[in-house]
Design a protein around this ligand. Sequence first.
Ligand SMILES: NC(=O)C1=CN([C@@H]2O[C@H](COP(=O)(O)OP(=O)(O)OC[C@H]3O[C@@H](n4cnc5c(N)ncnc54)[C@H](OP(=O)(O)O)[C@@H]3O)[C@@H](O)[C@H]2O)C=CC1
Ligand SMILES: O=C(O)C1=N[C@H](C(=O)O)C[C@H](O)C1
Length: 239
Amino acid sequence: MKLLLIGYGKMGQAIEAQAVARGHQIAGIVDPTRPEVRISDFDASSVDAAIEFTHPDAAFANVMECLRQGLPVVCGSTGWLHHFAEAQALCQEQNGALFYASNYSVGVNLFFHFNEYIAAKMHQFGGYNVQVREIHHTQKVDQPSGTALTAAEGILRNFPGKATWRNEPTEAANELAIISERTGQVVGTHIVTYSSAVDEIELKHEAHSRDGFVLGALLAAEWLPSHRGVFGMKDLLGL
Ligand SMILES: NC(=O)C1=CN([C@@H]2O[C@H](COP(=O)(O)OP(=O)(O)OC[C@H]3O[C@@H](n4cnc5c(N)ncnc54)[C@H](OP(=O)(O)O)[C@@H]3O)[C@@H](O)[C@H]2O)C=CC1
Ligand SMILES: O=C(O)C1=N[C@H](C(=O)O)C[C@H](O)C1
């Protein structure tokens, strides 16, 4: 496949290495270090899929540009989902293809799945409070992480005692606390804790490297060109 990489930081560079190892060609790399290369230089005749891992302030414009150029786009950037409905609308209007996941790791998507099941059971039996904690490297610009937000949304859908989330400890029973920590080079750790007066249950995902995110993004890029619409990891993994 011919892939366009948008963003050539930690994820973009890791994706390039695994993509080449899987037999793909890199049709172009769009990044501030290469101002001469633009998304508008590419279309469906030169690129099978674009993979976007940039910055919360850049992702929306990049995704919109890909859709306008008729490029299937796999986006992993976090912190821009307040614009997601606009991207969905353009995708539908253009009969395009957009894939988004706050986390491309297969393990994290199983973690989301089990977390929703546990949240529903915990609420059913009562007596438990719940909290989300995420730990990342100090270069991360958005907070809470996209993954923590997806986990929190899964809890809010299944644990009716919680109505909203707050990115700090909270005493309000109807608020779900998301605690964010930034330290060292931590790739990404997410912990959901259910605690009662008598015990505690923890669901934890710890990424040992970026390889799991990269593999998931490449699987999405290989799957997306034969589909039309807006998709996520549940579609890819059949969860
Ligand atoms: N969904 C998932 O599974 C994962 C998501 N992420 C998310 O992906 C994003 C990128 O992460 P990561 O690679 O670690 O970040 P990095 O900061 O290492 O890399 C981002 C790159 O994008 C570049 N960039 C900034 N603006 C633009 C633009 N308008 N067009 C093209 N490139 C641009 C940056 O350039 P410069 O430095 O010059 O600004 C930098 O080279 C983050 O939002 C992160 O949260 C990360 C890992 C997994
Ligand atoms: O910025 C990162 O590094 C990561 N971002 C994603 C997020 O915000 O959840 C996914 C992963 O945790 C790494």
